[in-house]
Design a protein around this ligand. Structure first.
Ligand code: GLN
Length: 387
């Protein structure tokens, strides 16, 4: 068979989670919490099922949920999306990203992707017949504690074929969070062009040290050209429910829904009803920064007693650490060795690059997920101290 994605194998998250189970290792790799969601939210799912919400909801999603999202985005970011024509509930952020790209990127179009990047962007671009154009983030230096976007390079990569620019803040895997200057630079680059922005904001509520997430929805000149994508998986500790959403102006939403209706048509009803009722009555998401900051600090502090050097993580539930004091292996080899020899699973950062074997993709960094119980983190730390 002539593969449409010849260079794509099994995702690194699946590979590393399998390794965790094969070696009975502690899984700080794939990003998901090892604790349960709020009992109140779980009860609301059963309530929704018993109330009879078990048939196809609207193609675009349960109206109450779209309403709640519209209100929330308006309150937080000052942009009112119309719940009927501008908000679509999707099967996780993953499906929203696929539908946004497939519906707007044409064969031969260029899409600027900032590396390292989450793994679902490039396959979506390739399936659409588009061409990913990579801009590498600037690695941490003595003066800057984390990766940052090289906006000059982004600007230089724009040409008449550029159809889309994909951004992600808070950023997986580096934890970097956009500042006002980042959004200024982005706005200057795309204004007066036809470039569509796909803004992956799934970690919008996981930002630390008193900083705020800056949504592209908060900038009218960006909102008018953007797919803004988020996911309840990260916000309500329910990654397995796969409920995400996309807010976008009517012209973009109309196109996205043409694809969404034929990928899945619609997504599970009880979860949508439960999330609508829960999000309306609770602002639990406001507690996420403090909740996850404690975990980040617990891991970062403890890593200082090991040979790993933790990097600053201003957002997401991921933390990068440098292992150059431990090994000369490349990131992928090191991650396998760590799982086999020391029973801790991490993700090599090189897996977030199109060419993981490229030297530029190997900074001797691995990603730890700290969305874990304290006992899990502590056990992992004990093992890491022996490395
Ligand atoms: N987003 C999760 C991560 O970065 C993985 C989700 C998946 O396995 N597709 O770890």
């Amino acid at each position: 068979i002539k593969s449409k994605l010849p260079n794509i194998g099994t995702t690194i998250f699946t590979t590393m989670s399998k390794m965790a189970s094969d070696y009975q290792a502690i899984n700080l790799g794939q990003g998901f919490p090892d604790f349960n969601a709020d009992q109140e939210l779980l009860n609301l799912v059963t309530d929704a099922m018993i109330a009879g919400h078990n048939q196809y909801p609207y193609m675009s999603g349960v109206a109450e949920l779209r309403h709640v999202i519209s209100e929330k985005v308006d309150t937080l970011y000052g942009h009112k999306y119309d719940r009927d024509t501008e908000i679509t509930i999707t099967s996780g952020a993953t499906e929203a990203i696929m539908a946004a790209v497939l519906s707007t990127v044409n064969s031969g179009d260029e899409v600027i992707v900032i590396e390292p990047c989450y793994d679902c962007y490039v396959p979506a671009i390739k399936l659409a017949g588009g061409k990913p154009v990579f801009v590498q983030m600037i690695p941490p230096t003595q003066h800057k504690e984390n990766f940052s976007v090289d906006w000059n390079q982004v600007k230089d990569s724009v040409n008449s074929k550029t159809r889309m620019l994909i951004i992600n803040s808070p950023h997986n895997p580096t934890g970097a969070v956009f500042t006002d200057q980042d959004l200024d630079a982005l706005e200057a680059i795309v204004s007066d062009t036809n470039i569509i922005v796909l803004s992956d904001e799934v970690y919008e509520h996981i930002v630390f040290d008193g900083n705020k997430h800056l949504s592209v929805a908060s900038r009218p000149r960006l909102a008018e050209r953007s797919f803004v994508i988020s996911s309840f998986g990260k916000t309500t500790h329910t990654t397995g429910w796969k409920i995400g959403y996309c807010c976008a102006p009517v012209v973009l939403t109309t196109e996205l829904r043409k694809v969404h209706q034929f990928i899945v048509f619609t997504v599970p009803s009880p979860f949508q009803h439960a999330l609508a009722a829960y999000t309306k009555n609770s602002q639990t998401y406001l507690t996420l920064p403090a909740f996850y900051q404690l975990k980040r600090d617990r891991l970062a502090l403890a890593l200082r007693d090991t040979k790993f050097i933790p990097l600053n993580s201003p957002g997401t539930y991921f933390l990068l650490a440098d292992y150059s004091n431990i090994s000369d292996l490349n990131e992928s080899e090191f991650s396998i060795w760590l799982a086999q020899k020391h029973g801790v699973v991490v993700i090599p950062v090189s897996a977030f690059y199109a060419n993981p074997n490229d030297l530029l993709a190997n900074h001797k960094l691995v990603r730890f997920c700290f969305a874990k119980k304290e006992s899990t983190l502590d056990e992992a730390i004990e093992r890491l101290k022996k490395v």
